[in-house]
Design a protein around this ligand. Structure first.
Ligand code: ATP
Ligand code: MG
Length: 416
């Protein structure tokens, strides 16, 4: 039997209904904040992701050559494609540009709960402004999304990548050595970061001070530990968040992010109930456009791991309204099948979801099918009733049955 490839999933009807419901909430929230949707290709020139994504992403890239010999890759994330699309099509538009996107990404990772090779991200970017207001707007959007989904247990942390970059530069780490070290610090893998730092010329004491810095977490008092403009910048971001009525994220100077293109404020949201794969959102400010042949433009954005927030919601026992069919139509005998289809057509034209027996089933079997698909009503079309232009309407919840005129059927179903 052929199975779906490792790390991928088939999303079946009930799951898809759940996903569309939550996707709708994210979409509405994005629109409420003034973002507009874009869609970019699922595959891109591989170079788009190799230029700046950092060592992690490159190792996990689904890259291939097409028949024309082009080096392509399935997108592992959607920020680089969004910025490429901006450089190609939107660079003259009035700024800032606020866009959002939803779709699948591909990474060759070791599959486990909350980690797939094909997964979905819902993300947003503000392109063209670099102000504390912009960061606050983006963080507010992300936090409001998570809240709107109904997730109860989550934690947001905010930091500034500039702090760590400067500290590393001060102790002698060259720019090209930075991504690999930052990646280890992101995962708090100090044992693995140390040899890389040592090779870059960092002394043990300096390294310890940097490890200590990445472990600095707390409220506003943490800002006192940072020198330079980052402290004031973060203070402003937090003040705008507070003005919007958004709960303050924790300040965490160890927020690094795996992707290599971040330059300023960085933030993460996690759902502790998910255990190891608990990060449900990551974002921050960056510049990418100049790498793709555009002018240097500052942007700020985030991506929510859609599959992971759904897992977290499931763990919290969240439920969402299931889609049900309104009416299932059964012909009591073959001679009235055309009439049954006529009624199905009439109901559907009037916005009622109607399904119909397609297998000439006996009444008992048809009724069983109607209840297995969760239909609200069954409409039984029989020759005796039809003599009076009527059908039998059965309420599948109460089991009550009554004869109704076909002319009144629509109103009868609609009233419920
Ligand atoms: P992680 O540290 O968990 O690998 P990341 O830093 O690689 O995450 P990002 O590149 O920031 O993740 O992607 C944004 C979000 O996408 C993550 O916060 C996470 O929720 C989700 N995500 C990333 N990789 C996967 C995956 N393989 N399967 C499911 N969701 C993922
Ligand atoms: Mg990752």
């Amino acid at each position: 039997m052929i199975q779906s490839p490792r790390g991928t999933r088939d999303l079946l009807p009930s799951e898809m209904e759940r996903r569309r419901f939550y996707e709708g909430i994210l979409r509405n929230t994005a629109q409420r904040y003034g973002f507009r949707e874009i869609q970019t290709p699922i595959f891109e020139e591989a170079e788009l992701f190799i230029l700046r994504s950092g060592p992690n992403i490159i190792n996990e890239l689904y890259a291939f050559k097409d028949k024309g010999g082009r080096d392509l890759a399935l997108r592992p994330e959607m920020t680089a494609p969004a910025i490429r699309a901006f450089v190609n099509n939107m660079s003259n538009d009035p700024k800032p540009i606020k866009i959002f996107y939803f779709g699948q990404c591909f990474r060759y990772e070791r599959p486990q709960s909350g980690r797939y090779r094909e997964f979905f991200q819902f993300g947003a970017e503000i392109i063209g402004t670099a102000t504390p207001q912009t960061d606050a707007e983006v963080i507010a959007t992300a936090l409001d999304m998570v809240k709107a989904l109904g997730l109860k247990e989550y934690k947001a942390r905010i930091g500034h990548i500039g702090v760590l970059r400067r500290e590393l530069a001060q102790v002698g780490v060259a720019a090209e050595k930075m991504p690999e070290i930052l990646q280890k610090l992101d995962k708090k893998l100090y044992e693995e970061a140390w040899p890389l730092m040592e090779a870059a010329g960092v002394g043990r004491e300096d390294a310890d001070a940097i490890f200590d810095l990445t472990g600095t977490v707390g409220g506003n008092e943490v800002l006192g530990r940072i020198s330079g403009g980052e402290s004031e910048y973060l203070r402003q971001v937090l003040s705008y968040l507070s003005a919007m009525g958004i709960d303050a994220p924790e300040i965490d100077l160890g927020v690094v992010r795996g992707l290599d293109y971040y330059t300023g404020v960085v933030f993460e949201i996690e759902a502790p109930a998910l255990g190891a794969e608990k990060q449900i959102c990551g974002g921050g400010s960056y510049t990418l456009s100049e790498l793709f042949g555009g002018e240097k433009v500052f942007s700020t954005g985030f991506a929510i791991g859609f599959d992971r927030v759904l897992l977290a919601l499931e763990k919290e026992g969240a439920s969402c309204p299931g889609r049900k069919i309104d009416a299932y139509i059964v012909a009591a005998s073959c001679d009235v099948t055309p009439k049954a289809f006529e009624i199905a057509g009439m109901l559907r034209r009037n916005g009622i979801s109607a399904d119909i027996d397609l297998a000439d089933r006996k009444m008992a079997k048809a009724m069983k099918h109607a209840s297995s698909i969760g239909s609200r009503y069954t409409v039984i079309v029989g020759s005796e009733d039809l003599k009076n232009d009527s059908v039998t309407l059965r309420d599948m919840t109460s089991g009550e049955q009554k004869t109704v005129k076909i002319s009144g059927l629509l109103a009868e179903i609609r009233d419920h």
